[in-house]
Design a binder for this molecule. Structure first.
Ligand SMILES: O=P(O)(O)OC[C@H]1O[C@](O)(CO)[C@@H](O)[C@@H]1O
Length: 441
């Protein structure tokens, strides 16, 4: 790869991320570099385009006064894109949002050498960008509640309806499963459906709407060889050996299809009395394009409950009832998930969230970003064990269901990474492969 004038200016080195270093756009041959240089500018441009395209619709909902806000927002997003592309240092946030003090002290405490998009840790740079986007809307009079990714998320929901139906029909057939062996087989399938649900992510596709069109069950068998680490057995033991009077937490990731698969797994746990309560921890702000917000969570349940299809309607009613009876709980006030901190810092930075996770018997971390936060955004030797890589973070039993969309992974057998790299050097950036990993308390 060639080092350009711009690379020299931003101090980029023509290398892959070395083992044991933080992921960073500083390394030209890394996915972090590609993300900061190419993916994020595309995502930002798409927001600007959608605001211009949907202007009339937005004004019809948010009123005439939003015309001026829209102009300001578009101007400020363009400035943010310029800051990103010219590697400007991170600025403190303005405004009065609840998480502002945490963010600003984080920014203040960063070493100067690591305080910009190309020099900083990838996790920090990417989270900062999404938080700055939110700050731009927060600063308006009329658009504080506007979710600039909602249309994509709703489009993904509608495009996945066939897959929802197939999944629901399949699980309806098995609702009578009684023996522990039957339940175990079903659990194994559901874990896989849930894992592959994480492939449908619109930040990886740079904001292009992604849907699930293939039959999710037909896909399971075909995809078995793409699972690189599989602790399904340990997760099943963890749940099935408990007395049913337990809490299971999801740290949710994407809305639409992935959220639907989260609901399927949660429905299974509740309806077979394996779990007394399932809690869903979602983002407080629009995040990484397709992440679930409280509005998305409620919107999804409402759309299922009121669906024209009777099978989906029945499911929607049952799930909504779980919310009413307290079997499902939406946790919607945790800013920690849209902070830049890795999970090893959680106990110190946000003891309330940490304390809540301690109440659960099992926490299921969904997706790639949560995985990066579990691993501290470090490029581990891929043969490092998952338990070692998550370091001292252990509020309770925890597991991760993640399709590999960033160039760090752990828990692989010796030689596996080399074999995959020989086939495709970019295999960690495609979301084709997955890991199911567990760490007991
Ligand atoms: O929705 P997920 O699985 O957290 O993935 C989010 C995206 O964020 C990243 O972690 C960084 O952009 C990617 O690797 C992935 O495309």
């Amino acid at each position: 790869m060639e080092i350009t004038e711009l690379d020299k200016k931003f101090n980029i080195v023509d290398e892959e991320t070395p083992i044991n270093e933080y992921l960073s756009a500083h390394y030209k041959r890394s996915f972090a570099h590609f993300t900061i240089k190419d993916r994020l500018p595309v995502i930002i441009t798409k927001i600007i385009d959608s605001l211009s395209r949907d202007k009339e619709e937005i004004v019809a909902i948010y009123g005439e006064r939003s015309i001026d806000d829209l102009k300001d927002v578009i101007g400020n997003i363009s400035k943010l894109k310029y800051e990103l592309q010219t590697d400007k240092p991170f600025k403190v946030l303005e405004g009065n949002d609840t998480d502002q003090a945490v963010w600003n002290s984080f920014i203040d405490n960063l070493p100067e050498m690591k305080k910009s998009y190309f020099s900083g840790i990838w996790l920090h740079a990417e989270c900062y960008l999404y938080r700055r986007l939110r700050a731009i809307f927060e600063d308006t009079t009329t658009l504080t509640e506007f979710d600039y990714f909602r249309k994509q998320k709703e489009g993904a929901f509608s495009g996945s309806l066939d897959a929802f139906l197939r999944l629901t029909e399949k699980f309806n057939e098995t609702r009578e499963a009684k023996s522990k062996e039957d339940l175990k087989v079903l659990f194994r399938q559901l874990i896989r459906v849930n894992l592959w649900g994480n492939r449908v992510d619109m930040s990886l596709s740079a904001g292009v709407t992604m849907t699930q069109s293939e039959d999710p069950f037909a896909a399971i068998a075909k995809l078995e060889e793409y699972i690189l680490a599989d602790d399904t057995e340990a997760i099943w033991e963890c749940i099935s050996r408990a007395d049913g009077n337990i809490i299971v937490d999801f740290i949710n990731d994407n809305a639409s299809y992935e959220l639907f698969t989260d609901f399927c797994l949660a429905d299974f746990l509740i309806s077979h009395n394996l779990t007394a309560k399932v809690r869903f921890h979602v983002k407080t702000i629009p995040w990484f394009v397709s992440d679930v917000t409280p509005v998305d969570f409620r919107w999804t349940l409402d759309n299922l409950r009121l669906n024209v299809n009777a099978t989906l309607r029945d499911l929607g009613r049952r799930l909504s009832q779980y919310v009413e009876t307290g079997h499902f709980e939406l946790i919607e006030d945790e800013h920690f998930w849209s902070s830049p901190y890795d999970f090893n810092d959680m106990e110190k930075i946000d003891p309330t969230v940490y304390g809540r996770l301690e109440q659960a018997h099992l926490v299921i971390f969904k997706g790639d970003l949560n995985y990066r936060k579990l691993l501290g955004d470090i490029k581990w030797d891929p043969c490092t064990s998952f338990v070692d890589a998550i370091r001292s973070f252990r509020p309770t039993n925890l597991c991760s269901l993640r399709t590999v969309k960033a160039d760090t992974v752990v828990g692989l057998d010796p030689g596996r990474e080399e074999g995959l790299t020989a086939k495709n050097p970019k295999w960690m950036e495609t979301g084709e492969y997955g890991v199911i990993q567990f760490a007991g308390k």
